[in-house]
Design a protein around this ligand. Sequence first.
Ligand code: GDP
Length: 331
Amino acid sequence: MRKILPTVEALVAGILAGNRVLLAQAITLVESTRPEHIALAQEVIGQLAAQQEPAKPTLRIGITGAPGSGKSTFIEALGMHLVENGHKVAVLAIDPSSSLRHGSILGDKTRMERLSAQDRAFIRPSPAGDALGGVARKTRETIFLVEAAGYDTILIETVGVGQSEIAVHSMTDLFLLLLLPGAGDELQGIKRGIVEMADLLVVNKADGDRVPLANQARMHYLNALHLFPAKTSTWIPQVLPCSAQSGEGILKIWETIMLYAEHTRQNGFFDENRSQQALFWLKETLQAALMHQFYTHPAVKNLLQQLEPNVVAGKVSPFAAAEAILKVWDK
Ligand code: GDP
């Protein structure tokens, strides 16, 4: 960032007033790797946390699906439905490969054209980074910022092929999996564990001559869901058809999401899940900070470099080496 940094006070006041420019600047600070930016971002987050009245209810929805399943089309359709009904919608993404790959998710400016033109929508591409943990942590902080700025529905997109789903799952209230008509999950490259995590399965592109195939897929998944263990939330996952392109089915999907929110708020799972997630992120953040401190400690770096070849050659046991290195860190 070459520009002069805004002050903490300006950022906090701007975010609370829903100023999109200052919100975007604060997110850029969160995403930065420069220590002074990170410190400023933490100051802003700390002050916002202290100033916020009892937090307004928000809903964080994770959305995943194989590339081409229609995630951005779906997010645009759902997002438009929401802004038209008075919601403020933030769209975020977790894509650890985004810095390595051209045309990453949400990186393409032509996506979600209608939604991005809305005052009540805020769209932010995935933070860059090749380590999932770091990318996910930044997204978790960004959720905090967009909620402080008054966005009540947060849609977090990820590509349904890897570990990112687990990260998204650890920061959302509901997990939605987008599927294609006809093909089973193996064929779509979706891992069984991801199907198992989903609270809502949506068979997209249920339009034109794909309608029968979409129905088949729906039956297939309804049957498959019976084989999974019951969810802690006690919610029974639903499988719904939809055409993100025409908008058919979007209303029913939103109604089902509302039913889920009501169900889990009533039985206490919603709050309990958020508390557990907060603890998870506390530990994750501590772990990452400790690792960083450890591996950048000069004596540790030095001794590690010295001992590595000996461990590789079998001259020193890995355990003895670890103990020796931990000792120099202690000092
Ligand atoms: P993503 O890679 O999962 O984000 O998928 P996109 O939203 O970019 O959609 C991939 C392709 O599928 C695009 O050409 C879309 O126009 C098309 N598509 C998305 N949703 C639908 C739908 O509901 N019906 C039909 N027929 N096509 C769709």
